[in-house]
Design a protein around this ligand. Structure first.
Ligand code: COA
Length: 313
């Protein structure tokens, strides 16, 4: 405790922040292994298999020998689990032909195992700008295959989406998030379909001002997504907190109705009560603004007291 500055030591609500082991700062591989029980993870199609995109080099881009996606199978709280981690630092975590095939195949194999009496859950680490623009239709096809495999698996075992940040989850992969059994966010996680700059360039600054960070976070940020039922837990950026939230989400099992089947509920939650005046204002929606690191309410995100829907409600 001696290395803790007095400014932190005097404020108990900052202790969790000071002692945390950041999940966001890990790369996709480290994130995947950190979620699983110690020494149980095994990576499939690892970089030494050199399965890389053939489409990037002709466009002057350097490919990566895992195509920015890792698949690690192991145990989560003693039960089989496959973690599919997208590397946000490679091409914006975009999904191309190869990375998409790796993710879809992992989910298809999990579904096959679940079907044949070997239950296995899946965790998707979504750090992504969606379909890889350089691979166009191939990326779109890959996302469709991921969606199809996810839909099969989620009927038998939970498929949990984790959006940790800093990139967030956007584009076609946010449809994947929408279909997940449950979604866990950190306070740094953003979830949306089109990115702010994409909306601004397509529909104009009056529609969405991509320089307005408060606006972006009030629409795509974790408080909004949790309050409107698109996310089930918001946790501190801390490995044990994220892992515990994922374990809780898996333990809650397969729901009778998935979120994506309850469109009327979601539409009602998004309806403004004041005739549309405060469409994107959290206070206007009666939603508390997301606590940012350092605020007193951060203590509420400690592993022991994470905001959590599903298993606890
Ligand atoms: N395909 C290829 N590259 C992508 C990508 C995609 N779908 N999404 C992001 N990237 C790249 C960016 O071009 C950028 O590359 P650079 O570092 O070489 O310039 C890098 O990823 C990081 O993106 P950047 O926009 O700088 O990060 P950010 O944190 O400001 O914003 C996003 C992240 C995801 C919000 C933003 O990149 C975005 O809006 N992406 C598009 C989302 C979208 O609308 N997708 C629809 C396609 S399905």
């Amino acid at each position: 405790m001696s290395d803790i500055p007095a400014s932190v030591a005097d404020r108990p609500e900052l202790q969790a922040l000071w002692h945390r082991h950041s999940f966001v700062e890990l790369d996709a591989r480290a994130r995947a292994f950190s979620l699983l029980d110690e020494d149980t993870g095994q990576e499939y199609c690892d970089p030494f298999d050199r399965i890389e995109s053939p489409w990037l080099e002709p466009q002057g881009l350097v490919p990566e020998s895992d195509d920015g996606l890792v698949v690690v199978k192991g145990l989560l709280a003693g039960e089989s689990c496959v973690v599919i981690g997208i590397e946000g630092a490679f091409q914006g975590g975009s999904i191309g032909e190869v990375s998409g095939a790796k993710a879809a195949c992992a989910l298809q194999l999990a579904a096959r195992d679940a079907r044949t009496g070997q239950p296995i859950s899946a965790v998707l680490l979504l750090e992504t700008g969606g379909v890889r623009l350089q691979e166009g239709t191939l990326g779109l096809n890959a996302v469709a295959e991921i969606l199809s495999a996810l839909l099969e698996l989620r009927g038998m075992r939970p498929v949990i989406g984790v959006v940790a940040g800093p990139l967030g989850s956007y584009g076609g992969m946010s449809i994947v998030a929408g279909l997940c059994t449950r979604v866990v966010l950190t306070h740094e996680g953003r979830l949306g379909f089109n990115g702010a700059q994409v909306i601004e360039s397509e529909a104009g600054v009056a529609e969405f001002d991509s320089s307005d960070h408060a606006l972006i976070w009030s629409v795509n940020g974790p408080a909004q997504r949790y309050a409107t039922g698109l996310a089930d837990a918001v946790v501190l950026d801390d490995v044990p907190a994220v892992r515990q939230a994922v374990i809780t989400a898996v333990a809650a099992g397969v729901p009778e109705h998935h979120r994506s089947e309850e469109l009327d509920v979601l539409a009602a939650r998004l309806s403004p009560s004041d005739g549309g005046q405060a469409r994107f204002s959290l206070p206007g929606l009666g939603i508390p603004v997301a606590p940012s690191p350092g605020q007193d309410s951060l203590a509420a995100s400690h592993p022991g007291s994470a905001q959590q829907r599903g298993a606890e409600s």
